[in-house]
Design a binder for this molecule. Structure first.
Ligand SMILES: *Cc1c(COP(=O)(O)O)cnc(C)c1O
Length: 333
């Protein structure tokens, strides 16, 4: 946690447009620290999309709370606000869990539908955690204002794992918030629950420092990031122009900007499409082939196959093409 860490935190806060950016060891710790600050624990319901990376739901369970899964929006792959409200009402009707928070995920670089999610959070008195591990650089424009990923909800988190939009050369993460109290407590939790220093321990915390060397790398990469984002969007435009007729290509809603963590296609015959790409030397990947409610680790929650028709369809049909800001012939290449 050398001087570059603090410099990076200041630059991140400025870029995202929040009061506090607090770096940590990885994006999973960032979620855990956010849940700790919100005092999420046993008996709490946290609503989380079933079509996401495991860490989103894992950290909720790790905090001893109950992940309540929500189906996806077919067009954006993000948490569906209509299904979210249905799942909230089901939890209320069952009367076993306390409504606590919504963890929305900015999947594949596209911010979730925060205008709608915020209305639901206000109606049911829920906190919002924005899991922006894949969303850094994304934007939503409303009333002539641009809000960046990392500034939605009560607390937001990101990851600097190399495959994310802003990646370092190892592991790293950050938490974003405008709330002074959350910022203060997270800074304590990330260094063993420190009080005045790390040998004065006032609460049970963890070791989740960001390495100075990663901060130094991130400072250089953050300076290049706006140009990389432009290049990624050029790549996405070219993919759309070339593949729009052949596949169901990702659509960015009006007033949204994606940072294109992934360029994800939907196909009823993805197997053959992936084989064809492989023959041409183009690597493809499936993010994600298993929904959270289908994971062995979450069997204990008792969800049935068919409970999330859109997410289950996506898990069977999506695959992603190469995407970065230095692709030959496009943007910066
Ligand atoms: C990568 C990722 C995380 C976890 O980040 P790590 O830095 O790998 O711990 C959390 N949520 C989502 C949606 C992710 O894609």
């Amino acid at each position: 946690m050398g001087p570059e860490v603090q410099e990076l935190e200041e630059k991140l806060a400025e870029y995202v447009g929040v009061k506090h950016a607090i770096t940590c060891a990885n994006g999973t710790d960032a979620l855990t620290l956010a849940l700790m600050a919100l005092e999420v624990g046993e008996g709490d319901a946290v609503f989380v999309p079933t079509f996401t990376f495991f860490a989103s739901a894992e950290t909720v369970a790790y905090a001893k709370a109950t992940p309540v899964f929500v189906d996806s929006d077919e067009a954006t792959f993000n948490i569906c606000p209509i299904d979210l409200e249905k799942r909230i009402q089901a939890v209320i009707a069952e009367g076993k869990l306390k409504l606590k928070a919504i963890m929305a995920v900015d999947l594949f670089g596209l911010p979730a539908n925060y205008p709608e999610i915020q209305k639901i959070a206000d109606k049911y008195d829920l906190k919002i955690i924005e899991d922006s591990a894949q969303g850094f650089g994304g934007e939503i424009h409303t009333d002539g204002k641009c809000k960046r990923a990392g500034s939605f909800g009560n607390i937001a988190t990101t990851s600097f794992f190399p495959a994310k939009p802003l990646g370092c050369y190892g592991d790293g993460g950050a938490i974003f918030t405008d709330n002074d109290e959350y910022a203060e407590i997270i800074k304590s939790y990330r260094v063993h629950g420190k009080g005045t220093d790390k040998y004065d321990n006032v609460r049970i915390g963890m070791n989740s420092r960001l390495d100075t060397i990663q901060a130094a790398i991130l400072l250089e990469k953050l300076a290049e990031f706006p140009q990389e984002l432009i290049n990624r969007n050029k790549v996405a435009d070219k993919y759309e122009a070339e593949l729009g007729e052949k596949f169901d290509t990702p659509k960015v809603p009006e007033a949204y900007v994606s940072s294109w963590a992934q360029y994800t296609l939907v196909s009823d015959n993805r197997h053959d499409a992936m084989v064809e790409y492989k023959e041409q030397g183009v690597p493809t990947m499936i993010y994600y082939g298993t929904c959270m409610h289908q994971q062995t680790a979450f069997k204990y929650l008792g969800y049935k196959e068919g409970a999330f028709p859109i997410a289950e369809y996506l898990a069977k049909s999506v695959f992603s093409l190469p995407m970065h800001g230095y692709m030959r012939g496009v943007g910066g290449g």
